[in-house]
Structures are given as structure tokens and as C-alpha cells.
Write a protein that binds this ligand. Structure first.
Ligand code: PHE
Length: 467
């Protein structure tokens, strides 16, 4: 049992940031921004991080902290009267509806975490491939060739599957051996190094002639570029990047010691995470705009950044450093995902963590076969211009995740007892934190929920139009 595992506040922050920071910031953010036309989407994303993502993140931490359990067990415990608000509105008893829907919600979130882990592991395998190529370029005569490295990877599905398995194995060992806190701390500690890397890279890309256009693209909001599904995509990405909706933050909250001030934790994680994303955009877009061939889709990061190392003095060393950091970031995120599933299953099914980790990774491996072969064997499977991996990503992140996050927030709002929520949220010694509490509840109830419903309806309209 790892309950109360975080003895220090720093340990919790490092682990929470280590899980939030990942491929979502560097791999997914740039290509979703490109799909949605740039600045207006970035603005929407930043607004939604603080308006919706952060309050949701705080809600999940509180749910975990109050019940001392991961999502599935937390929901079960909420059926107890001491935690439940027994709220009745216009004859509708929340606790009754909750008895049937609650367990479904718990497992729905876990299923999302499992499927996301499957294709996330494929992309982590891509990172491994680049790391190996940069490292061996030191001893190879011809050095590093960005385009042949990418082609070799994308055309070889079995190589991708092998890399995916290697990555899943590492994640499994870390989680089964119960050393993830140590590794996540490590990822947290390496963040400043990664920040430094990004800074140096941004310095280089900002001296390219395309930098002005790139900054305009990223920072000038042209709302006509947004589509009906942009709101849903922005929300989905916010949840993905903050690890909200998967139950991850519920698990993390359950390890929090009593006195930790949860709203501040939410604010810090959201700020650091969104800063990194915007920075990543500043590194990548000058390279996108200067590239001769059109750059888009999930391989955008891999098409652009390695070409920068190719033209920088000492680029191979930068390449090695960058991909080590990126790999650690991917590892931290995958550990967070697997930890979520393992903590839920071992608590609920009373199996050991090792059994849960092995079983989950086995299923994950099977689920990873399709996305791993999506650029080779199954490259013909497309909808619009999206391949299998992108379709899976879009279905999970743009549709399932907002639904799961919305449902969890309803549990926090309506089922978790008011006084418990208040005690976990507000610092009794600070009046301002009490005031903040009512703002927080207001945002959850009256702003976030309707906005998610609107976003989903708009996405549906977009989908129907595209048929
Ligand atoms: N937030 C991570 C990222 O941006 C993804 C993730 C989701 C990690 C859920 C853990 C849990 O890459």
C-alpha cells in the first residue's frame, strides 16, 4: 500500500508535474495547434487551462484526498452516507442515479487510460528510435539523416511494435517494482534541464527568418481560423495535457498528506505545464514554416526538431540530450497512466500490484498493435486525412475524455459532501481561500459543465457535416 506515500510537498509536485508533462506538450500540442489554425486556438487553450482544466484538476485531487482511494474505489466509498451528500433536486435523487452510473464511470476512465497508454507507448517508441539513431550517429560515418530516420521508422511497423514492447516493459517493471515515485521525481528534477534545452533551441529557431511569421502565427488570434470542433479539441487537449479525466489525479490526490493545499497544487501544475507547451510551439513553428515540404500530423515533432539539430553546431549532442529528456518525459507520463490503472485494479480486485501491472501491460500490448502498424500495414485505413493512430487519438481525447472529465466533476460537485469538499479545499486560516471555494464550485457547476456540453454538440455538428 502506498497511501500517504508523499512525505513532502516537493515530492508530490515533482510527481504530479512529471506525469502532466509529457508528449502532450511537445508532440501533441503543436500538431493540434496546426490543425486548428494557430493563435486563436492557442489563446483558447490557455484560457481553458485555467478556467476549466485547473478547477477540474483540483476537483480530482480533492476526490482522491477525501476518500483516500483511487477513482473506482472512491466512487464505491461515496455510496457511504458519511461521504455522500444525499442531494435531492426536484425529486431526482443524485445518490440513486449514482449507484448505477458511478461504477460505469470509474471503469470508463480506466479504459481511456489503457487505450491512451497503448498508443502513447507507440510514440514513446518513436522517441526511443530517434535516441538510438542520434547516439549511434556519433560512431556512424554518415552522421545523422533526419528524413531517412523517419522513413525507416514509419515504413516499418514491426520495428515500431518492438520499440513499443520495449517501452511497455520498462514502464511495467518500474510500476510493478513500486519505484515509480523515485522515477517520477527524477523526471521532475530533470525538468529544469529540459527547460534549458528548450531555451537554447528557441534561441536558435528565433534567429531563423521564419521566426516573425511563426510568432505571429502562434500569438495573433485570427478567430476565423477556428472550426466548429475547435472548442472540443481545445478542451480535450487541456484534459489530456493536465492528466485530467483518467482518474490519475484522483490517485495522486489519494497519496497526498492531509495538510497539502490542493488549489495551489492545481495552479502550479497547470502553469508549468501550459508554459512548456507554448514554449514548444515557439521552437517548432519556425521550423514548420521554413520547411520546404508540408509538415503536419502526428509526425510533426519528428519532422521538424531533428532537422534543427542537423544544422546546429554540435547538433548530434543536442539531439541526444533532447531525446533523453523527451524519453524521460514520455516515461513519466506512461508511469502515471499505468499507476492509475494498477492502483485502481489492485485496490478494487484485491490482486497484487505486480499482477495488475502484468495484466494491464499485456492488454495494452494487444491494443498497441493497430496504432503501431498504422503507418505501414494499415496505412490504407484512413478517414479524411487521418490515419488509424490519429483517429484513435482523436476519438479518445476529443470525445471520451471530455465526457469522463465532465462526469467526474459532477461527482465532485453533487455527490461528495459539501463540508468535506470545503475542508479539503479551503484553508480555514485564510478568508480568501474560503471565497475561492465558492468561485471554484460556481465554475464547476455553471461554467465548465455547460461549456463541455456545448463543445461536444459543436463537435457532433462538425462530424455530421463532414460525412
Ligand atoms: N499529461 C500527459 C501528457 O501531456 C499525458 C498523461 C495523461 C499522463 C494521463 C498521465 C496520465 O503527455
Amino acid at each position: 500500500m502506498r497511501r500517504g506515500a508523499w512525505g513532502t510537498r516537493l515530492g508530490f509536485y515533482l510527481a504530479a508535474i512529471g506525469s502532466a508533462f509529457g508528449l502532450g506538450n511537445l508532440w501533441r500540442f503543436p500538431y493540434v495547434v496546426a490543425e486548428n489554425g494557430g493563435g486563436a486556438f492557442v489563446l483558447l487553450y490557455v484560457l481553458l487551462v485555467f478556467l476549466i482544466g485547473m478547477p477540474f484538476l483540483i476537483g480530482e485531487l480533492i476526490l482522491g484526498k477525501a476518500t483516500r482511494s483511487s477513482l473506482v474505489l472512491a466512487i464505491r466509498k461515496l455510496n457511504q452516507r458519511s461521504l455522500n451528500s444525499e442531494l435531492v433536486q426536484s425529486g431526482f435523487k443524485y445518490s440513486e442515479a449514482f449507484k448505477t452510473l458511478g461504477p460505469i464511470l470509474g471503469y470508463f476512465s480506466l479504459l481511456i487510460a489503457l487505450l491512451v497508454l497503448a498508443y502513447y507507448a507507440v510514440i514513446s517508441g518513436w522517441v526511443m528510435h530517434y535516441l538510438v539513431h542520434f547516439s549511434t550517429a556519433l560512431i556512424r560515418d554518415e552522421g545523422f539523416n533526419p528524413s531517412s530516420t523517419l522513413t525507416a521508422l514509419l515504413s516499418n511497423g514491426w520495428l515500431q511494435l518492438a520499440l513499443t514492447s520495449a517501452h511497455l516493459l520498462i514502464v511495467m517493471i518500474v510500476v510493478a517494482k513500486d519505484v515509480e515515485e523515485g522515477i517520477e521525481r527524477w523526471v521532475g528534477y530533470m525538468m529544469p534541464v529540459f527547460g534549458l534545452f528548450m531555451f537554447i533551441l528557441a534561441y536558435h529557431t528565433m534567429s531563423l527568418e521564419s521566426s516573425g511569421a511563426a510568432l505571429r502565427y502562434l500569438l495573433y488570434p485570427d478567430f476565423s481560423k477556428l472550426s466548429v470542433s475547435s472548442l472540443g479539441q481545445a478542451l480535450g487537449h487541456v484534459f489530456f495535457t493536465l492528466s485530467v479525466g483518467f482518474g490519475t489525479m484522483v490517485t495522486f490526490g489519494s497519496y497526498l498528506r492531509d495538510k497539502a493545499y490542493t488549489p495551489m497544487a492545481g495552479f502550479r501544475v497547470a502553469t508549468v505545464d501550459s508554459l512548456i507547451s507554448v514554449f514548444a510551439g515557439m521552437v517548432i513553428f519556425p521550423l514548420v514554416l521554413i520547411s520546404q515540404s508540408p509538415v503536419s500530423g502526428p509526425d510533426m515533432l519528428f519532422q521538424t526538431v531533428p532537422s534543427l539539430f542537423d544544422r546546429m553546431p554540435g547538433g548530434i549532442w543536442f539531439g541526444i540530450g533532447f531525446f533523453i529528456c523527451l524519453y524521460l518525459a514520455a516515461l513519466g507520463a506512461c508511469i502515471g497512466l499505468l499507476e492509475t490503472i494498477v492502483s485502481n485494479l489492485s485496490e478494487r480486485l484485491r490482486i497484487t500490484r505486480v499482477q495488475a501491472a502484468i495484466g494491464t501491460v499485456g492488454i495494452c500490448f494487444v491494443a498497441a498493435i493497430l496504432p503501431a502498424l498504422s503507418t505501414s500495414t494499415f496505412s490504407g485505413v484512413q478517414w479524411g486525412d487521418k490515419g488509424l493512430l490519429e483517429l484513435l487519438d482523436s476519438a479518445l481525447i476529443n470525445w471520451c475524455l471530455p465526457i469522463a472529465a465532465l462526469a467526474i466533476s459532477q461527482v465532485v460537485c453533487y455527490v461528495l459532501k459539501e463540508d468535506i469538499k470545503k475542508a479539503e479545499f479551503a484553508d480555514p486560516e485564510s478568508i480568501s481561500s474560503m471565497k475561492l471555494y465558492s468561485h471554484w464550485v460556481f465554475v464547476l457547476k455553471w461554467l465548465a459543465s455547460p461549456l463541455i456540453v456545448i463543445a461536444l454538440i459543436l463537435q457532433l455538428v462538425g462530424l455530421l457535416r463532414s460525412l
